[in-house]
Design a protein around this ligand. Sequence first.
Ligand code: ADP
Ligand code: MG
Length: 245
Amino acid sequence: MTAPLLEISGLGKRFGGFVALDGINLAVAEGERVGLIGPNGSGKSTLVNCICGTLVNESGTVRFNGESLAGLKAHERTHRGLARSFQLPRPFTSLTVAGNLRVPMVYTVNARPGTHLSAADIDARCAELLRLVGLDNKATHLPRDLTQVEMRKLELARALAAEPKLLIADEAMAGLSQAEVNDIVGLLINFNERGITIILIEHIMRAVMSFSQRLVVLVSGKKIADGTPDVVIQDPEVERAYLGQ
Ligand code: ADP
Ligand code: MG
């Protein structure tokens, strides 16, 4: 068996005396689509922050693409192929939509050893990415001109522009209409078909169920279930802790 793309072992994180994550084990294979769910405050975003290096876990290990991430800063992890999109989109407000996609191409993709995208390459990739997410008609607009769903697409496109191996999408759909949710799920599946492994954190169960090949459940900083979505949502402990609330 090949090693997982992401392998988390015994990961623990405290905030003062509060245990936010307790002995998390999780392996994600290359090409997988994993849904991560749990009540508010269960530690989902904290786990993402520990994986991506914006928080430092005090116990356990995170291995990515065959390498330990211990001691690596967030941007060093981005360079190695980890990307995340934020719950609240964080575009560069003074740059156009296209300009926002150029930043990761210039500063992340081109910083990888052996990679050099020319200005023309960057323009072409930018145009392709904008088409892929359906923002080609907004290329020269500023982020403030975008609708909410367009803003979410820009956030995902920004993550994708860094050409990640793994994309972690943290609540990319909150507040969207049903049609918009379907649109974003379709986009994420499209990204996955292009070879990107994806972890989706989401409260909208319809979206989670249609997206996920595997479902992982966190409750109060502990992983309480990990398996096929149909089996996991019928687990009485999951129902009690999460779905029944
Ligand atoms: P989720 O994303 O599942 O809603 P979080 O990971 O954001 O949950 O938060 C898990 C718990 O850790 C919550 O109780 C939250 O208040 C706490 N927490 C998160 N970040 C911090 C922080 N920087 N300092 C103190 N407590 C935090
Ligand atoms: Mg969160």
